[in-house]
Design a protein around this ligand. Structure first.
Ligand SMILES: Nc1ncnc2c1ncn2[C@@H]1O[C@H](COP(=O)(O)OP(=O)(O)OP(=O)(O)O)[C@@H](O)[C@H]1O
Ligand SMILES: [Mg+2]
Length: 344
């Protein structure tokens, strides 16, 4: 394909959908711009219009009014079929064709685009590696029913990426996974996103998933209205209204600790372990558990709590990086912002 695989924005311009016979819109004058290469998570209550917003983009649902542009081009400027070839779409339960093998599922769009066999084979193998299914020969001939849920979702992601579309739409793609597989697939997807940088609109029910994955989070409220659109740090520290605060939940302060790693605060030199005692004596670190520098403050706090300790020793690549006190963990400097902390 001649188009660029990165660098295409998605712009909702007062995008509105009222389903036939409905008294109120499912999506109400949504203004939202997903910048090129950005990963935006769309969250909100059930029935809030998230799936509708995604399906408007690839024209599985038609706009009632307003417009959506991909790059500078309105989605209505081309046929729905041509449009969909430029958009990767992954949904819950993977949406694989049950009577197609893994190889044929991934090849769906490339075949439509008329790629030659060798190119399709190479691309399919590359994608299976990318989503962590290797050796590829094991997976290519299988049918979806012969895969676990997590493996199906990986194949679903590979299929969505197959023709290297500039834009990805993902509707609760990890919704059916158990917590452990879910974390693994999230990490895999984040690594892929960082490597290939596709403009991605990602729907999830799970606010923790959104906080982990998103560059920015868009929160829809009932009636399909945009409640807030901002970075995870800003949404958590400054919810726009009571609805957002309630949606984020009582653990909003704790969730914020998931935005920073212990390695970051140790490296930034903002840890205050040495000053933790009033008489200036260095606190004993005896009995402090070890944590990896890549752990979030929230995870480290959990380890420290389980060990009934006052802090933890931070390690990176097998060597000691420093230590963090309990106080460092629960009251870190604001992440990438100059705020005092979370408002009550
Ligand atoms: N095809 C349809 N015809 C009529 N109404 C619909 C249709 N699809 C969705 N709706 C309605 O539009 C509203 C938004 O639905 P949508 O599926 O976009 O919500 P959602 O945010 O994705 O919810 P969930 O989190 O449960 O997936 C709901 O009130 C729903 O009943
Ligand atoms: Mg939905």
């Amino acid at each position: 394909m001649t188009q660029h695989s990165t660098g295409t924005s998605i712009t909702f311009d007062r995008a509105t959908k009222t389903y036939p016979g409905a008294a109120v819109p499912a999506l109400d004058a949504l203004d939202l711009e997903v910048e090129a290469g950005e990963l935006v998570c769309l969250v909100g209550p059930s029935g809030g219009g998230k799936t509708t917003a995604l399906q408007l983009v690839n024209r599985l649902v038609d706009l009632t009014s307003g417009d959506i542009r991909i790059g500078d081009r309105s989605i209505t400027d081309q046929s729905a079929i041509a449009l969909r070839r430029t958009i990767g779409y992954a949904i819950q339960q993977s949406g694989l064709f049950p009577h197609y093998t893994v190889a044929d599922n991934i090849a769906t769009v490339p075949v439509v685009l008329g790629w030659d066999k060798a190119r399709i084979r190479t691309r399919t193998a590359e994608l299976l590696e990318l989503v962590g299914l290797s050796p590829v020969e094991t997976w290519l001939p299988r049918y979806p029913a012969q895969l676990s849920g997590g493996q199906q979702q990986r194949v679903g992601i590979a299929r969505a990426l197959a023709a290297d579309p500039p834009v990805m739409l993902m509707d609760e793609p990890f919704g059916a996974l158990d917590p452990i597989t879910r974390v693994a697939v999230q990490d895999e997807f984040l690594a892929i996103h960082r490597a290939v940088g596709k403009t991605t609109l990602f729907v999830t029910h799970d606010i923790d998933e959104a906080i982990k994955m998103a560059d920015r989070i868009a929160i829809l409220k009932p009636g399909g209205k945009l409640a807030q659109f901002d970075t995870p740090a800003n949404v958590l520290s400054d919810p726009a209204d009571d609805f957002v605060a309630e949606f984020l939940g009582a653990e909003r302060g704790l969730k914020r600790l998931a935005l920073t790693t212990v390695g970051e605060i140790v490296t930034a030199g903002t840890t205050g372990a040495k000053a933790a005692t009033t008489d200036g004596a260095r606190p004993s670190t005896t009995g402090w558990p070890d944590v990896e520098a890549t752990m979030t403050l929230r995870e480290a706090l959990s380890v420290v709590s389980a060990a009934r300790a006052d802090g933890a020793i931070v390690h990176s690549d097998g060597s000691r990086l420093g230590e963090v006190s309990l106080h460092d963990l629960i009251a870190p400097p604001a992440a990438g912002e100059d705020r005092e902390g979370v408002r009550a």
